[in-house]
Ligand binder design. Structure first.
Ligand code: M6R
Length: 612
């Protein structure tokens, strides 16, 4: 939610800032703004996307080698020009950009109003910039100290960058709960919400920790202080992120590129972990916690959205293979529900971004109650990756499209490895069965490649259903989370109402929705409750619903019943989600494209939900 970028160095800042904003636009795109620091602070902002800002500033004064920019996802105050960032202080000597929520903004605001400050926006952010100015005026301290004092009065989450016209060579940045990275180049510094705006210029970065303030002065070394006024030594890391990984690479949309990357991203997530020759799975990041997992009375998986769907597949896998009881929780519910947790429980959080606020809060809660917390994250160095005791990275590569695709299949691949590892250690499945599943898992990337060859066929089906207003996704067992994920993909990018349901539950309510207008997408692969699913299809047909079936190659029975079908290769029942999800991603993608929707930046959404 909200993207932040800042620069100081010998180059012109504007091109770097605007390019950075484009890379961060996935984080929010309802308004954008820029601030250039010359003798004065020049702020330009507008409603809409980064492209609108570029258009708006065409004839503006944008020279300068220090500046900052912001792309917004509205929390406090509607998306409009006044609420867009950066925000000025009362006397226009200080400016701020902010990602997060200041929870005590209302009380701070009334205090500041009493002291004569005027607020021009409805945002929570504006209190912070007025507060900093107030401290600068009354306490006559340097900018970094004023920011530090102000942050001590603030409750909530923030990643901020502050510029002051009285400190023309200085950037002050700070974080608590929202991510911030400092890039260190040759005589230049970058600050950004993630590394994508930085990677083109340097791979030396410092990930700020919660409660840290970065003091960046032109031509000086980076300094870090805590809000408690303790000097810290910056920990400089070398990032392994390529520029090509964050560009579209010839695809029309990031989402399509990411769908097509799945053979690679699944393979990368299993590389060095699945050892076919030795008949073995290893997961280095949780080696120290294997015994804890094997002895766990219960595993609790906590996540949001698509990651929660992957967690559901994980539940089935871990119970099926390793015979460990598993519960899957929405982080947003779990964190407020006073759950019964003990030291014998292991909590596994799943997150692509590693920044989801509710999942971070779930980690804190679980830790406070004594549970061991492990993570399955995609973004290296993210807040969740750092907050967990141990974990396993999915190596899906940067996921930019707001609709999560390759992260899901990579998460399921890692969960399958985890379940197999624990099953092998516990001896809950015979060796021959373990080997068979391992072999099949190893083949999944090749089978995903086969599924991707159905691209044109899926596009044709999308054309037939582009105008529907409702849809139902049905699946049983391992295919139930696939139904949920298919429905989520369709609704978030095409704005068509879609419901995912366990196929047998349909008759307990949703069947009332079925008429000749209702497309029902059924995952009807041969293993599992195949016959039962056929009966569910019959129930839909009897009410004149349209059936789009995901079936296995060579299927006869469902093919006869379906209006349209998509044939995917056969595999182990527990591995079907990694194959069956792919045509559903493509179906949503093409329906959204045909309807003219903004696939990579759907309305009202943002890639990482760093507010609760
Ligand atoms: O980064 P996370 O995996 O923690 O994000 C969780 C959800 O916000 C995310 O999966 C969201 O539901 C996606 N838009 C789904 O496509």
């Amino acid at each position: 939610m909200c993207g932040i970028v800042a620069y100081v160095g010998p180059k012109q800042a504007y091109p770097i800032l605007i390019k950075g904003l484009r890379r961060l636009e996935y984080r929010g795109y309802d308004s954008a703004g820029i601030c250039m620091l010359n003798d004065v602070l020049n702020i330009y902002k507008c409603r809409g996307k980064v492209a609108d800002l570029e258009e708006f500033v065409k004839d503006k004064h944008l020279t300068g080698t220090i500046g900052m920019a912001h792309t917004r996802w509205a929390t406090h105050g509607e998306p409009n020009v006044v609420n867009a960032h950066p925000h000025f202080s009362e006397n226009k000597s200080v400016a701020i950009i902010h990602n997060g929520i200041i929870e005590n903004y209302a009380s701070l605001r009334s205090e500041l109003i009493n002291r004569g400050y005027h607020f021009s926006s409805d945002t929570d952010t504006e209190v912070l910039v007025h507060l900093i100015e107030d401290i600068l005026i009354h306490e006559k301290v340097p900018l970094e100290e004023a920011v530090r004092i102000a942050l001590n009065q603030v409750i909530g989450a923030y990643a901020i960058v502050v510029l002051s016209k009285k400190s023309p060579d200085k950037i002050i940045a700070a974080r608590k709960g929202s991510p911030l990275v400092v890039g260190i180049g040759k005589e230049e510094f970058f600050v950004a919400s993630d590394a994508t705006p930085i990677i083109e210029y340097t791979n030396n970065v410092v990930f700020l920790n919660d409660g840290e303030i970065a003091i960046i002065k032109r031509n000086k070394m980076l300094r870090i202080k805590t809000v408690g006024n303790k000097e810290e030594t910056p920990y400089i890391q070398k990032l392994e992120l390529s520029l090509s990984a964050i560009e579209k690479g010839g695809y029309d949309h990031f989402m399509l590129k990411e769908i097509f990357e799945q053979p690679r991203s699944i393979r990368d997530s299993m590389r060095g972990r699945l050892h076919m020759d030795q008949g073995l799975v290893t997961l280095g990041g949780i080696r120290d916690y294997e015994q804890k997992l094997l002895n766990a009375k219960r595993i609790i998986i906590s996540a949001c959205g698509t990651s929660w769907h992957a967690g559901l597949v994980g539940e089935y896998l871990l119970e099926d293979l390793a015979r460990i009881p598993v519960e899957v929780e929405y982080s947003s519910e779990f964190r407020y529900r006073n759950p019964v947790l003990s030291e014998d429980d292991v909590v596994i959080v799943i997150s692509q971004s590693g920044e989801t606020a509710d999942t971070l809060a779930a980690i804190e809660l679980a830790k406070a109650k004594g549970a061991t917390v492990l993570g399955i994250c995609n973004v290296v160095g993210s807040s969740i990756a750092r907050a967990t005791d141990g974990g396993v990275y999915t190596h899906a590569g940067p996921e930019i499209g707001v609709a999560s695709t390759k992260a899901f299949t990579a998460q399921v691949a890692v969960l399958t490895l985890l379940a197999l590892l624990l099953a092998q250690r516990k001896g809950t499945i015979p060796v021959s069965r373990f080997r068979t599943i391992l072999g099949e898992l190893n083949n999944i990337p090749v089978k995903v490649e086969q599924v991707l060859k159905l691209n044109n066929q899926v596009k044709e089906i999308a054309n037939l259903y582009k105008d529907v207003t409702n849809s139902l996704y049905l699946g049983r067992g391992y295919n139930f989370p696939v139904a949920l994920e298919g429905a989520l993909k369709l609704k978030e990018i095409s704005y068509i109402h879609a419901e995912g349901y366990p196929a047998a539950e349909m008759k307990h309510g949703p069947i009332a929705l079925i008429d000749e207008q209702m497309p029902v997408i059924v995952i009807a692969t041969r293993k599992g409750s195949y016959e039962k699913v056929i009966s569910n299809i019959q129930e839909v047909k009897a009410r004149k619903g349209k059936i789009i079936a995901i079936i296995n190659e060579g299927d006869v029975a469902v093919k006869k019943l379906a209006d349209q079908y998509i044939e995917i290769p056969e595999t182990e029942e527990m591995l079907v989600p990694m194959l069956a999800t792919v045509p559903l991603q493509l179906l949503s993608y093409y329906i959204a494209v045909i309807r003219g929707c903004n696939v990579d930046q759907p309305r009202n959404l943002a890639k990482s939900v760093t507010v609760e």
